[in-house]
Design a protein around this ligand. Structure first.
Ligand code: SF4
Length: 477
């Protein structure tokens, strides 16, 4: 069952399915990789924690996880021995077949035979998870162990916390045996392709495109995209990325290559804006959206999305507001952050209600989740006050300036429009949430101060962008 050394693992195999050039560069030019963002590192940590929690579904197992790559051979040996002994539950079971190594989260033995379980820190199953499971099935059965079933364990999207979570309700188990068996020939062919690619003298010539971001943002984007021409179709930032990728795939690589009449109305307007260098500003629509008889208050939210909900009433990954910053129309601001570990729902309701009633209209950014979360956890407030998401103006295409990225986030939009100084703090909402979740007692004070400054900067950006849009309506910009 065990083989010495391996050329592919689960992650490198999936990398090759996404792009063979990425597989090659990862092996032969790893120094060209973009640095892992703190958000990605936090995602890995989360995956590990959820995986361990799922062990409780099959308690009492023996862990074979190698502590270091040098211990893979020992992990394979340990797994092999435990299987021979018919150990009922094995965690991180290691298998190798034709130089492909996989670590299976949970292997279970019952009267019918062996059953494989792979844990995903996600609330649904994606195509990539099925491919990943199919590779594992291929390697495990190829190494000589017959499997009765292959299963994916994921977080239950309908779970709502009420007290300490029961793992049997928190997780769903989906049997995917038929799907993974059906992918057998694809997996064999892809392993072969990956091997051939890794033995090449030079990286394969693969153009950039949609696959650079799907299913995961590739970590060679910095390298491959740096030579993108100024008149590349990808510079048309107001046109959805998928459309630009389709244009490039159809051979329309540069702006002059785009045939007349090919683009739909909105996209054609973006192209015209690039060619003329003029802004798009639909004043009537902007006025309808932002103008009102009430003085707004600008509010930024500090939000966390724990995979396993930590407060009753929340679902896995359910956004939970733990901090607020408000800035009034004159620019006077104030922050409020709930102490980590405390239930934020009531404190946030009180503060938000108080601030909203001083104004009547809350101007914010952040997209759909804000509205959904507020109406779910604070329905009384959402009914009473007007909530205006400023990013909608840009996502709807009511305002566009060549080079603006409509879904960039309010801080980046404000910076692009030269509304903020170079020292503006810009911590992404995701990163701010991660910092809050991972705060330690010893650095709590500084971290909360930093987060307060981050949401304050976001509320300031909202105010600047709001004033900018107002000036457009009244022809001052
Ligand atoms: S950036 Fe795109 S083309 Fe380059 S290696 Fe990654 S996926 Fe492949």
């Amino acid at each position: 069952m065990a083989e010495k050394g391996h050329t592919l693992s689960k992650s490198t195999f999936i990398r090759g399915v996404q792009c063979l050039k990425s597989l090659y560069l990862n092996k032969h030019r790893p120094f060209l990789r973009d640095r892992l963002s703190p958000e990605q590192l936090a995602k890995f940590r989360r995956g590990h924690e959820v995986g361990k929690l799922a062990w409780q579904l099959f308690p009492g197992g023996i862990n074979c996880a190698p502590g270091h790559p040098s211990q893979y051979t020992a992990a394979l040996e340990k797994t092999r021995n435990l299987i021979v002994e018919k150990t009922p539950v094995i965690y991180e079971a290691a298998f190798s077949h034709h130089s492909v190594l996989v670590l299976l989260d949970i292997l279970v033995k019952n009267e019918q035979g062996w059953h494989a379980y792979e844990v995903k820190s996600s609330a649904s199953i994606s195509e990539t998870y099925i491919t990943d499971a199919a590779l594992q099935y291929h390697v495990i059965t190829g190494s000589g162990l017959s499997l009765q079933s292959f299963n994916i364990i994921h977080l239950n999207p309908d779970f709502i916390r009420a007290g300490i979570p029961d793992v049997h309700k928190l997780f769903c188990i989906q049997v995917v045996t038929d799907q993974v068996r059906g992918l057998g020939s694809f997996i064999s062919a892809q392993i072969e392709k990956s091997r051939e690619t890794l033995s090449l003298k030079h990286s394969p010539s693969i153009p950039t495109g949609q696959h650079c971001y799907k299913p995961y943002p590739c970590d060679f984007i910095g390298h491959c995209w740096k030579k993108t021409d100024k008149d590349s179709v990808y510079s048309l930032t107001g046109i959805p990325f998928e459309t630009r990728a389709r244009l490039a795939a159809a051979g329309h690589l540069t702006i002059p290559d785009i045939p007349d009449g090919l683009l739909e109305e909105n996209d054609a307007a973006i192209l015209a804006s690039h060619l003329s260098g003029k802004d798009i500003a639909d004043k009537d629509r902007i006025r309808k959206m932002i103008d009102g008889n009430v003085t707004p208050v600008f509010i930024a939210f500090l939000v966390v999305r724990p995979a396993v909900p930590v407060v009753d009433g929340f679902r896995p990954f359910g956004p939970m507001i733990v901090g607020l910053n408000r800035v009034d129309i004159q620019g006077k601001g104030e922050s409020f952050i709930v102490e980590p570990g405390e239930n934020p729902v009531y404190q946030i309701r009180n503060k938000l209600g108080q601030w909203a009633s001083e104004s009547g209209m809350i101007v914010h950014s952040g997209g759909e989740w804000v509205k959904d979360t507020l109406s779910q956890h604070y329905p009384d407030l959402t009914e009473k006050f007007i909530f205006l998401d400023l990013e909608e103006v840009f996502l709807s295409g009511y305002f566009y300036r060549p080079g603006l990225i409509p879904d960039a986030g309010i801080n980046d939009i404000a910076a692009f429009l030269n509304l903020t100084g170079p020292d503006q703090i810009n911590i992404s909402q995701v990163m701010a949430g991660v910092k809050y979740m991972e705060v330690k007692k010893e650095n709590m004070k500084e971290t909360l101060k930093e987060l307060g400054a981050a949401i304050s900067a976001e509320a300031d950006s909202c105010r600047s962008v709001y004033n900018f849009l107002k000036s457009i309506i009244y022809n001052e910009a």
